[in-house]
Structure formats: structure tokens, C-alpha cells
Design a protein around this ligand. Structure first.
Ligand code: KG4
Ligand code: ZN
Length: 365
């Protein structure tokens, strides 16, 4: 019996409008038949951040065409699909409504099951699509809205080990860029400037160093950057490059220490059960090559395998949403009711204690 399933995934939780068709084979392997992402970056750049109302309107304008193209590129029709999956949260509510309502309409029209997917679950399961990973593994999710260390034990079985208690890592990059007068989104700009700079010029803090808990903190670092910049203003290009290099150096030092603790904890729990316990990285900040190199090095030191899915699957996309739906379906988890509501806040680990100012800007994930 062919147990392959073919699923359409829709993602509209932030500033990417995305649709994809993914096939999951009976042996658990996956295949991306189409994957289209429309980034709204240009629409938001002038405002220095994502504007929810503009995002929702842009999703409305583009989603229909994108879904049609995703189906066309995959060579399938609505009737060929086994299910429709859409991000139902966390995220900006206007965008979530657009994506989920579209998915509901398609599910109703095609008499298909609907899967209302947690966006973070999409990120968490991507490495099984790209690298066929077995459970359990650790996920470091570093984006504009989240900085989380998650133990992925199974489909629907997640434990949040650490989260940011203030800014998300991408947010720290974006805010640092802004105060240095660099354009939005700041992450790539800071990385570019850092490559020309002297990382030893400014002695910036590595927050929470030595603390046993596995959380992250970045706002103190941002404040230290502001003070350093104010002291030497007006800034030359060389000053900006040196600040960026010092900032990025402090970030990698922090990640090395904080993530290292999680790897030790994982090894303590699963010990010799796995020859190569994996650490997976996801989110837009995973594009940063200094951060990738630092994590790779750290994994090498501790005997962990470092898995970084291709960048277009690390950032927001529809394939991860379709895949999460396919994984649920393969485990016999039924679809959601057509009256399922979108949730702007939706922790992956419902047992995790909320942190004060837990690093969500708007509701980017
Ligand atoms: O996952 P993502 O594309 O979107 C969401 O947050 O949902 O992540 C975007 C974030 C932004 O904060 C951006 O500045 C950051 O990822 N980013 C980077 C780099 N490229 C993107 N941060 C550091 N270095 C980069 N090269
Ligand atoms: Zn995301």
C-alpha cells in the first residue's frame, strides 16, 4: 500500500507570504514538490520593522496567486491533496487570519482535513524533512521574534529548555544596527560591517554567563553597545565596523556558553544512547556565518552533530508547515475542526513558564 501523503502548507504569520506542496513517503522521508516564499521586506523597510496592518493586506493580495502557483509548480490539483496545513500561531493575528481562513476554505471546498499548525513546530520538525533526523534532538531557534532552546522528543512532544528573558537575538542585531544608523533588517548589515572590524576594541558583556538556567538575555548587551557608541560619537565607518565586530564577538561567546550548557544537559540525559546527538539551528539568524561557525565548533568539541538546514528552510516558509501537517497525519493525528481559531500567542511547550518580557517583538517567530 502506498502510504505517501501530499500536503499543501500555508505560512502567513509574519512578513513572508508562503505556500508549498510537500510529499511524505511511507518510509518517513519527505520531498518538497514546490516551495514559494514572497518576502514583504520592501513594504516594511521604510518603517524599520514589520507593520502588522501592511503585512495582513499584503498576505490578502498575494496568497491566492501563491497557492495556485505552488499547486501548479508541484503538478497537483486540489483534489490530489491529502490535507491542507496552515500556520495558526504564534504570529501577527491579521496575517494568521488570512492564511488560516484560506486554508479552511480550501479544506471545505476540497473536503480535505485541515491541520492548524504551530509555527514553531514547523521550525522544530524541518530537520526531519531535510536530514531525516531521528528523535530526540535539540533545536536552537534564533529569529527576529524568538530565541529558544527546545528539546524535540517526538511529534507534538517538545520541552522548552531556554528562552530569552528580554530581546530575541535577531531583534538584538536589528536594534544594534538601528542605533548605528544601518538599514533594516540589521542582521546582515551588522555581519557585513563586523567582517571589516576589530572584535577586541570594545569589551562587551556576555549576559547570564555562568548561570545554571538555560535562558538567554541580550538587552544588556544592546545597552552596552549604545553606551560605547555614545562615548565615541560621531562614529566613523571604522568605529561602526569595530562595534559590530565586538557585538558579534560577544554574541558568539554568549551562545557558546549558553548553548554549551544545553548540550551538556542533553548528554547527561541521553548519554550513550546516541552516537551523534544532533543540534539543529533554525531561524533567520542562522544565516550568520560567524554564529554558524561557532555552533559547529562547539558541537565538534562536545561530540555533537551540527545540522543546519538550507537557509530558505531555516527562515519562514510553507514547506515546514506542510511537513508538520504530514508528520501529524502520519501519526494518525486527525485534522482540526473548521472553526479552529488562530492564536497570536501559542507556546510550543504548553508547560513552559512564561518569562518576563520574553523576547517577542510583535509576534514574529
Ligand atoms: O526567521 P526570520 O527570517 O524572520 C522572523 O523573525 O520570523 O529572521 C529574521 C531575523 C532578523 O532579525 C534579521 O536581522 C536576522 O534574522 N538575520 C540575521 C542575519 N540574517 C538575518 N542576523 C544576524 N546575521 C545575519 N546574517
Ligand atoms: Zn519563524
Amino acid at each position: 500500500m502506498d502510504t505517501a501523503t501530499c500536503i499543501l502548507g500555508i505560512e502567513t504569520s509574519c512578513d513572508e507570504t508562503a505556500a508549498a506542496v510537500v510529499r511524505r513517503h511511507g518510509d518517513g522521508s519527505g520531498e518538497i514538490l514546490s516551495d514559494i516564499v514572497f518576502s514583504q521586506l520592501d513594504e516594511h523597510a521604510a518603517y524599520g520593522g514589520v507593520v502588522p496592518e501592511i503585512a495582513a493586506r499584503a498576505h490578502v493580495e498575494r496568497l491566492d496567486g501563491l497557492v495556485e502557483k505552488a499547486l501548479g509548480d508541484a503538478g497537483v490539483e486540489l483534489g490530489d491533496l491529502d490535507a491542507i496545513a496552515a500556520t495558526a500561531g504564534p504570529g501577527l493575528i491579521g496575517g494568521l487570519i488570512v492564511g488560516l481562513m484560506t486554508a479552511k476554505a480550501l479544506a471545505a471546498a476540497g473536503a480535505k482535513p485541515l491541520y492548524a499548525i504551530n509555527h514553531l513546530e514547523g521550525h522544530a520538525l524541518t530537520a526531519r524533512l531535510t536530514d531525516g533526523l531521528e528523535f530526540p534532538y535539540l533545536l536552537l531557534l534564533v529569529s527576529g521574534g524568538h530565541t529558544q532552546m527546545i528539546l524535540v522528543r517526538g511529534v507534538g512532544d517538545y520541552q522548552r529548555w531556554g528562552t530569552t528573558i528580554d530581546d530575541a537575538l535577531g531583534e538584538a542585531f536589528d536594534k544594534t544596527a538601528k542605533l548605528l544608523g544601518l538599514p533594516y533588517p540589521g542582521g546582515p548589515e551588522v555581519e557585513r560591517a563586523a567582517a571589516r572590524g576589530d572584535a577586541t576594541r570594545f569589551d562587551l558583556p556576555t549576559p547570564l554567563r555562568g548561570e545554571k538556567r538555560l535562558d538567554f538575555s541580550f538587552s544588556g548587551l544592546k545597552t552596552a553597545v549604545r553606551q560605547a557608541a555614545q562615548e565615541i560619537a560621531p562614529l566613523s565607518d571604522k568605529d561602526i565596523a569595530d562595534i559590530c565586530a565586538s557585538f558579534q564577538g560577544a554574541i558568539t561567546a554568549t551562545l557558546r556558553e549558553r548553548v554549551g550548557r544545553s548540550l551538556d544537559r542533553f548528554a547527561g540525559i541521553y548519554g550513550g544512547e546516541r552516537a551523534d546527538p544532533p543540534l539543529v539551528v533554525a531561524g533567520g539568524v542562522a544565516a550568520n556565518s560567524a554564529i554558524r561557525a561557532c555552533l559547529k565548533d562547539l558541537c565538534g568539541e562536545r561530540g555533537f552533530r551540527f545540522v543546519a538546514p538550507p537557509l530558505q528552510l531555516c527562515t519562514d516558509n510553507g514547506a515546514m508547515i506542510a511537513w508538520a501537517g504530514a508528520e501529524r497525519m502520519a501519526r494518525g493525528i486527525g485534522g482540526d475542526r473548521l472553526d479552529v481559531a488562530p492564536r497570536s500567542r501559542w507556546p510550543l511547550d504548553e508547560n513552559a513558564v512564561a518569562r518576563v518580557g520574553h523576547g517577542k517583538r510583535g509576534a514574529k517567530a
